[in-house]
Design a protein around this ligand. Structure first.
Ligand SMILES: [Cu+2]
Length: 272
């Protein structure tokens, strides 16, 4: 029975590593098509892979040690004496220093990505050039929808609503290919914006205006969700990000503005 457990723990590690190895081919790791569609998203995925490798090596090591100890215990001869130990000082030092060094390495290694995610002055575009993200919209979460306010075409976003602002619900329109900034607010409880394919997640906290920036590399729609259980209708907060070229984004603004301010009266037909 002891041998069986030994083999079980060793093979569980082998199976786990094999699954991790094939998971990207089966598209198990990441949402959507498995690819990050933002510049920073690719770097976040790289960090994920790095941490996964460190965890995998540690897991294999501990499972192998566990398997060895169990095997040794199962095959020990009755006349062999058990070895009693009061611990090893050097071993304690080693297994304190090694994890600390690994954690310190991860902390330092991820600083650049963290800065780009959190510090506005550190963000870079897909060519590695430092850029300021362009404020495009104010995104207000409420039970249970996303309300979005955009400035009129050609105007900058103002902190307060303007008479010619454009509004949409559950559809965040952005220009693609360059970093944009969205001001995140909530009207009621805590919500969280989650755009899995762009690797963006940020809480919306009452009374705070939180800037969130990202770039969408492709002209397409991306799923946008609420990642905070915000009430009975939480599931209704499924929305989408509509990323389009500058021309299409401007064209959408023109159309949305015309529809919003249409008073229903047709212009009189000019007399010939
Ligand atoms: Cu919500």
């Amino acid at each position: 029975m002891g041998k069986l457990w030994s083999l079980f723990f060793v093979f569980s590690a082998v199976i786990a590593v094999a699954l991790c190895w094939f998971a990207p081919d089966w598209n198990w790791w990441f949402p959507g098509d498995g690819k990050a569609h933002s510049t920073l998203g690719g770097k976040i995925d790289d960090l994920f892979h790095l941490i996964l490798i460190i965890v995998a090596v540690t897991f294999i090591g501990t499972q192998a040690a566990l398997g060895y100890v169990l095997w040794r215990g199962a095959t020990i001869k009755p006349e062999e004496k058990a070895l009693f130990s009061h611990g090893s000082h050097s071993l304690e030092v080693i297994w304190t220093i090694v994890p600390s060094a690994v954690l310190l390495f991860i902390a330092l290694y991820q600083l650049d990505v963290w800065a780009q995610f959190r510090i506005k002055g550190a963000i870079r575009d897909s060519h590695g050039k430092m850029v300021r993200p362009e404020p495009v919209a104010e995104l207000t979460a409420r039970q249970f929808e996303w309300r979005i306010r955009y400035p009129a075409k050609g105007k900058p976003l103002q902190p307060k609503p303007q008479p010619d602002d454009i509004y949409s619900v559950n559809e965040l329109h952005i220009p693609s290919g360059r970093p944009v900034e969205v001001t995140l607010r909530t009207d009621d409880v805590q919500h969280a914006i989650f755009i899995p394919e762009l690797r963006i997640k940020q809480d919306a906290v009452a009374s705070l205006k939180i800037p969130v920036w990202f770039d969408a590399l492709d002209n397409r729609d991306y799923e946008m969700l609420c990642a905070e259980l915000c009430g009975w209708g939480h599931y209704k907060m499924k929305a989408k990000v509509v990323a389009r070229s500058d021309e299409d984004f401007d064209a959408w603004k023109e159309q949305a503005s015309a529809e919003q301010f249409d008073d229903g009266f047709r212009k009189p037909v000019e007399a010939k």
